[in-house]
Design a binder for this molecule. Structure first.
Ligand code: ADP
Ligand code: MG
Length: 183
């Protein structure tokens, strides 16, 4: 372990805008599922988010169905976004999200393929992170209407750290035939 390793035993990535210990950040999390009763997978993941240590679940968006990106021979996805407030560091939060994914039986099959649950850190305050394990804002955020639309439902004035408005990004984003569904 190096001096950057924390008590959980993994490295904190360097990132712009140092987080002071204990400072609370607003974090947007993307949820997606297209296997094993997707809506129930999202319900369960949101419940798990609400129970994470050092986190408060503030809100979640409606659920949306979308056409898959990547392989087309897979079911449509159900997507949503959640907003939490947390004092967890970005990498500690990522580890918790990966634990929730595993707990819900996520198995890696193929790139951009089917999954019971996918949890991504979309935005972490106004921070930009570019490390091997963690890229924030999420690298596909700009290209996915099923990410942008749920985020805008939570905050219609949301911007990326570089000031780009999500509303304007959605206007030029590929169409994945997004449909709001009953949750
Ligand atoms: P995707 O979400 O692109 O379909 P995966 O869920 O399989 O891909 O994630 C693969 C890896 O992406 C994870 O092991 C994680 O380290 C990395 N990753 C990089 N940035 C992020 C982020 N912002 N949120 C979640 N995972 C991320
Ligand atoms: Mg992911």
């Amino acid at each position: 372990m190096t001096e950057n390793a924390n008590t959980l035993g993994f490295e904190e990535p360097a990132f712009e805008g140092q987080l002071f210990e204990g400072q609370e950040a607003e974090v947007f999390i993307g949820l997606g599922s297209n296997l094993n009763a997707p809506k129930k997978q999202l319900d369960q993941a949101i419940k798990s988010l609400s129970q994470l240590p050092s986190c408060t679940l503030t809100a979640h968006s409606s659920y949306y169905s979308s056409k898959p990106v990547g392989p087309q021979d897979q079911p449509n996805f159900v997507n949503a976004a959640a907003l939490i407030k947390t004092t967890l560091s970005p990498i500690a939060l990522l580890k918790h999200l990966q634990a929730i994914e595993l707990n819900q039986g996520r198995v890696k099959k193929r790139h951009w393929g089917e999954r019971s649950i996918d949890l991504d850190i979309l935005l972490y305050g106004d921070r930009s992170i570019d490390s091997e394990d963690l890229i924030i804002p999420h690298k596909e955020l700009k290209n996915r209407d099923f990410v942008l639309q749920p985020l805008l439902e939570l905050d219609e004035n949301l911007e990326l750290p570089d000031g780009a408005s999500l509303r304007s990004l959605l206007a030029i984003c590929p169409d994945n035939q997004l449909q709001r569904i009953e949750s």
